[in-house]
Design a protein around this ligand. Sequence first.
Ligand code: NAD
Ligand code: MLT
Length: 535
Amino acid sequence: MKVLVAERIAEEGINILQGFAEVDIKISISRKEILDIIEDYHAIIVRSVTKVDKELIEKAKNLKVIGRAGTGIDNVDVREATRRGIVVVNSPQGNSNAAAELAIGLIFSVCRNIPQAYMSVKNEDFRRNRFKGTELNGKTVGVVGLGRIGSIVASRIKCFDTRVIAYDPYISDDRYRKMGVEKCSDLDELLQQADIITLHMPKLNDTVNMIGEREIDLMKKGVRIINCARGGLIDEEALYKAIKDGKVAAAGLDVLEREPNYEAKPGEQEFSHPLLELDNVIFTPHLGASTFEAQYNVGVMIAEQTVSALKGEIVSAVNMPSLHVKDLGEIKRYLDLAEKMGKIYFQTEKHPVEKIEIFYSGKVSEQETKVTTLAFLKGFLEPIMSGENVNYVNAEMLVRARGIEVVESKSSHSERFTSLITATVTTKERKLTISGTVFGNDEMRLVDFFGYNVDFEPTTPFALAVQNIDQPGIIGQIGTILGIARVNIASMRLSRNKKGEKAVAFLGVDSEVSENVLQHIRNVDGILKATMIKF
Ligand code: NAD
Ligand code: MLT
């Protein structure tokens, strides 16, 4: 396995990656070079600078994992990665404290002109009357986005006897109450009241330029604005004008819509920005996550996640349902069962499917079931998508892209089994069900196959599913044909709903049954259908 590290991460993270894969560290690699070499790699590690967009992903024919060492994933085309089954992992908690502390640092800086005063002193100009500031005490601080970082900022800044108000439409009233933060029902309410506004939302379609001319108009004269989240959240032209006009007293920015090259030496830097020419704008070079602690956290976290994902283990990924590692042991046996159940349909039937319903009853319904549904969908597509990568990441998207509706439901009540998974596949003509359970710790059983009660343990790599008329001699003839073909039968289960009518037989076999042998079996008098299932 090969991993490309395209941006700086902690040494400890590199060591973890090197313990598993061949690692190429190419900091400051040009866009062109990445596009030229990315096909060789199975994983890429980036921070916020490298654009892992559709063009790059299309060229990355062998890519399995995109590791984003940090929080924001706005530089990764997650949709395209998902479509191609590439796991996207990030390490969002690792730098929250660091970013929050920087935001607070910038608040103090814009209130007390600390950086400007220091620069003045460096230039041997000690005229302090030029740097008269304002106190936080008694001021209203408006936090936009009360997630991980916004919450830390809110709780810390309260200690300076401030009134903290926040706008985050996705946070419950209870959380505001617990944090002792006043809720604003819309952004305008916050803008009209705050003396200091600090942004902590992600960059999304609906947050781009969220603070524009109209919003600045609503603000108090002399407001101070901090953006330690993402460039592009503030309309930079509007901000420039408002600072020039004196409406906004100062801004503390750690991010810009277009950022400098953070690796280039002074002479090599080709970057200018009108905002940076203003004395009351403080810009730090995207330093939010740059502490030893945060870089250790995100570097180690991203390396561990990347290695797990490369090993094919289930990880907590951006483009997969979240799953706690402690739950994995519990659900592992159901994942195996569901995947095997999923594999049955297209190996025995060919009709286009309109809907898949997965119903969890009994104890299994208490677990995380979303991943188990993905396991079924992965198994469902695998027989018809050979060569294409189907995995937990893209299975649902690929199934839905075929126009198939997927419905998951649960009930804690189960009549016959402690836990039961029932998958109903609806086609234009009919509905077919397959049910399975797990006995004890790991004894998987298929207990319903298209309306027949069975008791089949799908533990062999292949199985033969036979539908026949319930009459003597059939099983003997199948056994003889398989024997001659040197196919060993490991297990067998028969089921009929009524004597003399249709019946099914499941035979677990140790090796593949060739089409030729299947044809012989189909020719036996009374056999209606014979298919091989590869589990
Ligand atoms: P988070 O997901 O924990 O929190 C973001 C919050 O924003 C959520 O609570 C969400 O409900 C809220 N939100 C979403 N849309 C909103 C809207 N339209 N209006 C108001 N609130 C909205 O994320 P986080 O870890 O706290 O990160 C916050 C920001 O900081 C992100 O943009 C992230 O990329 C950035 N970040 C920057 C640095 C840095 O180095 N400067 C470091 C880490 C994170
Ligand atoms: C982040 O989103 O984690 C930050 O932008 C930090 C970074 O990438 O350096």
